[in-house]
Ligand binder design. Structure first.
Ligand code: SAH
Length: 253
């Protein structure tokens, strides 16, 4: 079964005062760095609408919007679904997993408050799309996937697109990547009841972790954890629906 990911797009809870009803008029058309030749891309209209919808839904960070404009999402979805690459919905990928809904990718990325010098750990590479977005905004991305086949496909895809600052590892993301720690930011793209302790341990002091927390069948909320000198602070964000964070490396595939 496909588990759709993502909050409702008009769900403004938890967004706080930064969600001015319309910041968009000031931003104007945004001609960010060009992606691959436009002849290969789905209609400009489709992608323009995609960005407009993200802005309308409250995404206002220009760097995040530019990254979503630049990364060709159609290269991360299975061929039969190319036509829906720019629809605001999660789509099924191999191994019964999903590529997250664009709004949720943008929202989580915005909440990470990335800076160009940051090193980021992602748990749940999936298609590699979120990792590609992160790679445009941070210095280095380490992404862990428990399915070897998904990891391999994502690795090749990211390489083909020239995103050289992403390293995809096959393994159990619940253990993090101790050899690469500490990380300035951690993003978990599969849901669990609680954040695995190694991920908190591998977060630098002052660092931010974003993860969907909650039961598999019930309400999950994106949660922002900020590590402090003495412990951590937590903030519950929007409601979402993610596939489960499962222990161990996948035996098959
Ligand atoms: N970020 C992805 C979407 C991920 S879906 C994208 O942009 O496409 C969640 C992914 O987490 C799935 O691919 C699933 O296999 C993976 N996953 C679940 N538990 C994991 C674990 N313990 N370690 C690593 N990956 C895990």
């Amino acid at each position: 079964m496909m588990t759709g990911q993502g909050g409702k797009r008009d769900n403004s809870q938890g967004k706080g005062p930064d969600k001015a009803p319309d910041k968009a008029p000031n931003t104007g058309p945004d001609h960010g760095p060009a992606g691959p030749p436009s002849a290969d891309r789905p209609g400009d209209n489709q992608r323009m609408r995609f960005l407009l919808d993200l802005r309308r839904a409250g995404i206002s960070d220009q760097a995040v919007l530019r990254a979503l404009e630049e990364v060709p999402r159609e290269r991360f979805v299975p061929s039969p679904m190319q036509g829906r690459a720019y629809a605001d919905q999660a789509l099924p990928i191999d191994c019964g997993q999903t590529i997250s809904q664009p709004y949720v990718v943008a929202y989580m990325t915005e909440k990470l408050e990335l800076r160009p010098h940051h090193r980021v750990l992602e748990i749940g590479t999936g298609s590699g799309y979120q990792a590609a977005i992160l790679s445009r905004l941070a210095r280095q991305v380490v992404s862990i996937e428990r399915y070897a086949t998904l990891a391999q496909v994502a690795r090749e895809r990211l390489q083909a697109l020239g995103y050289r600052n992403v390293e995809v590892l096959t393994g159990d993301g619940m253990a993090g990547a101790p050899d690469h720690a500490p990380f300035d930011r951690v993003i978990v793209t599969a849901a669990a009841q609680e954040v695995p302790q190694p991920l908190i341990d591998q977060l630098a002091v002052g660092g931010i972790l974003i993860a969907p927390l909650g039961p598999q069948e019930g309400a999950q909320h994106l949660t922002k954890v900020t590590k402090t000198e003495t412990g951590e602070t937590r903030e519950a964000l929007i409601a979402v629906r993610f596939v489960p964070l499962l222990p161990g490396k996948a035996q098959q595939l």
